[in-house]
Design a protein around this ligand. Sequence first.
Ligand code: GP9
Ligand code: MN
Length: 731
Amino acid sequence: MNTFFKNLNRFVSTRFGLVLTLVFLIWFKTLLAYFFVFDLDLGGVYQHVLAFINPVATSLFFIGLALYIKNTKAFYITSWLLYILVFAWLFSNVIYYREFSDFITVNTMLASSSVSAGLGEAALKLFRFIDLVFFFDFFLFGYLMFKKKISFDQRPFDKRSSFAVTALSVMMFSVNLFLAEIDRPELLSRGFSNTYIVRALGPNAFLVYSANQTYSASQDRAGATEEDLIPVEAYVSENYAKPNSEYYGIAKGRNVIYMHLESFQQFLIDYRLESDGQSYEVTPFLNSLYHSNETLAFSNFFNQVKAGKTSDSETLLDTGLFGLSQGSFMVTYGGTNTQAAAPNILSQLEGYSSAVFHGNAGSFWNRNQTYKQWGYDYFFDASYFSKQTEENSFQYGLNDKIMFKDSIEYLEHLQQPFYTKFITVSNHYPYTTSLVGDEVGFPLAKTEDETINGYFATANYLDSAVKAFFDYLKATGVYENSIIVLYGDHYGISNSRNPDLAPLLGKNSETWSGYDNAMLQRVPYMVVIPGMTKGKIIDTYSGQVDALPTLLHLLGIDSSKYLQVGQDILSPDHNQVVALRTSGYFITPTYTSYGGRNYYTETGEEITVPDESTTAALQLARDTAALQLKISDAIQTGDLLRFYKGSGLKKIDISEISYLNSLKQELAREKELGDASTSIYTKNGNKSTVDLFNSPSYRALHPEQFEPQTTTSTSSSEETTASSTTVPTTE
Ligand code: GP9
Ligand code: MN
């Protein structure tokens, strides 16, 4: 044992030995943080291995830089200083994470006081006794130095070896990055969430990544001036589509309930899946809404997202502007840019309160920062809901029925009128992992592609989750006083899989074209206005960017003073050129341009040699779409809304918003208002409505499918089959 320590001391007494020891120490401490402080949501061996190795490369790179220094004193000071810096970054994140459940970004450091808030006064409170573990080495080294057990190495490390260390660390990092990209393609370009970067590349790489993001964003922002608003304002006023008087204000003062239908494409509406000679309606409830005379349903509504997927759709629906041509707006600018989103507008104009409900970690897509800029009062993320298990969740979060059920206790304490958004997730790729147990049973499609096969079952699950929530709204009476907007965020089946989907849509895989891909970019957009009787299916061509002006007009709010680039779809002036987020892609009732080819929208016939007038018409549509994107991009990347006074909106102070104790805040507000409180809970005579939510499983809803095959009786007894788990399935 003694010789071991002697050898160790000798090792640490060499320059290279010290550097390696420091790297080892920071590695060890990072792993402590990974497994005891951060919630990295690690799934599978691969992600665990990645997390295990990722602190090494960057730490070796940074601390290894000290080896270039010849002077003994300078070497020791620098190596310790570098070590302390790397450690300080890690430890700050440990402290910050306890408060914010997220990592420190360069943006948060620069743009808000939240870091100083997190690390200032609160830091002491957040410091736990156990944290001394993170400092054990300082005590140990101090002691060893004091006892003169470690000596200083006077021999400089030669240049070539120092370079070899740097090169080795760079190489290790490249391998790390490569492995991370295999686990999560487009990790850096899409930047899903801070957690994803940290768990794949480590906190040091995350700092560099975040600094680079902030730098490129600030370049764009710094170049912009108030003058850049001139063409924007001109565009917005020229393109303003005045409200349709038939609909203007018909939902004034009502609660707004958004239901985000994950990966839900329009083709699912009214679709029937054929399986073993039987035909199954995939989404009976959504179909009934689609055809209801309480619903304004839109049959030619397109998603306009790009790499930011869900986050892009949220940006479009909540702010009336597009996401970016690269990456996610919410990740890059969401937490910093001035924005004029629906919750903020409605709160300032009509006194609405607002909340989002979503069963995934709040840091995903940078929601926890962006929602503050959008003016959301509350954000109920996974931390508010049932603990996730293999039965009730999958990699993207809690199953929808449970998310809805768990939401009620928070929804019922929200002051009305409210603007709320429920983001579902179970109908998310890969469509094969979210449903288990009693939710399994809807038939799978039978194509070569498992992803396609599972899509209908998860869509059916989503459908029954939505129905359960509607039933709750009706049971509480909130329904009559609300406007419920349902939308699909983006495709569920990607273009590369579409040829395999073709036969299910009655099409030919061989002749499947860019036109067919374009048509599948349709997503549902349904506005349910209970009590209204003039509901219908409207075939106007439109996109997600048009949703906010449409909604504002239904609520009786004139949208003209907000810098949004879409148009009210119900307006007689609505322009039917739909810009997709990829430049050059657009769809109008007459022409479709997709993947570099042009088609007639009605027939799908390709336009190979357009005549003069067709060429001109195509050019006009192309220019219209391009200009809309250009104006949106100018606003988003230039942060132009910070200069805009015309909206009359007060600027949001995000430091006043916290999503940590949302229920407490709701209850405090309820108490403060007393009899004047308008929450569902108060209106229900201070009784909870949680029990009014009921979401039967697939098995309970379709007992006939689960009867033992030997049974000859045709009657289906719900009690016996629904509750019995011993009955074998027919599948
Ligand atoms: C996760 C969810 C999915 O929280 O919203 O996002 P997506 O992968 O569809 O962009
Ligand atoms: Mn999505």
